[in-house]
Design a protein around this ligand. Structure first.
Ligand code: PEP
Length: 256
């Protein structure tokens, strides 16, 4: 599979922003402005409270729904948690897993993320697996070692048929919400490493099929340069996904 066959994946991670009404208004306005998308996927990840309402107004081809987290157990006494069965029930196509805010604010471990990834495949809610190094790790030359460990723990137990459906988000922690974007070359370098490593863990065909998206201060001003890189198959966007105008421009990136 060549680069052009990996459908661009552009996701809005709304984090703990937007009421139900705001999320619905955004979804309706974006669809109206962007129209049907045959050549890319646009993924909206509202808070749990707005998932059902956003699903209801998501009408156009190319639009997909994602949750921002989940628990790996099927059901049980886990106050405050949401299962994959529940996310499938509300109509989620994807679930964001291992986001750096989950890892570094809420103490999620690589093993937790691995359990969630496996559970997500069991329920056919496809995981968007986030990996990425902290600033001190980059500065001490550990970027690839960190990414390799996060990746390996999370995906080594997958079947090849599952692995090919993965979306991996490379999100350097120092670039998230900081306004400091990785340069297209820095991002390309790590994306290339991730693809090669998927080849080592599975095979070349799977490595070429997996979509690897970049996240970290993506904005209308840098979207086209990032999407021009051969191994960048899409974007995970936080801050700039909160306004329709800026997210629309990101969705409508121009292939340079
Ligand atoms: C994110 O939360 O995944 C993210 C990339 O945030 P931001 O775009 O604000 O850096």
């Amino acid at each position: 599979m060549g680069t052009s066959e990996r459908k661009p994946f552009i996701a809005a991670n709304w984090k703990m922003f937007k009421t139900i009404g705001e999320a619905v208004a955004f979804t309706e306005a974006l669809q109206k402005e962007v129209g049907i998308l045959a050549d890319r996927e646009v993924v909206l990840a509202p808070a749990f409270t707005a998932l059902a309402a956003v699903r209801k107004v998501m009408a156009l081809e190319g639009f997909r729904l994602a949750a921002q987290n989940c628990h790996w157990e099927e059901k049980g006494a886990f106050t405050g948690e949401v299962s994959l069965g529940m996310l499938g029930d509300v109509g989620c196509d994807y679930v964001i897993l291992g986001h750096s805010e989950r890892r570094h604010i809420f103490g999620e471990t690589d093993d937790d993320v691995a359990r969630k990834v496996a559970a997500a495949f069991r329920h056919r809610v496809l995981p968007v697996l986030c990996v990425g190094e902290k600033l001190e790790e980059r500065e001490s030359g550990q970027t690839t070692a960190v990414v390799e460990r996060q990746l390996e723990v999370a995906i080594r137990g997958l079947d090849p048929s599952e692995a090919r459906e993965l979306v991996i988000a490379y999100e350097p922690v120092w670039a998230i919400g900081t306004g400091r974007t990785a340069t297209p070359e820095q991002a390309r370098e790590v994306h290339g490493f991730i693809r090669e490593h998927c080849g080592r863990l599975f095979d070349k065909d799977i490595a070429n099929t997996v979509r690897i998206v970049y996240g970290g201060s993506v904005k209308p001003e840098n979207v086209d340069a990032l999407m021009a890189q051969p191994d960048i198959d899409g974007l995970l966007v936080g801050g700039a996904s909160l306004e329709v105008a800026s997210f629309r421009r990101i969705v409508q990136f121009v292939k340079l």
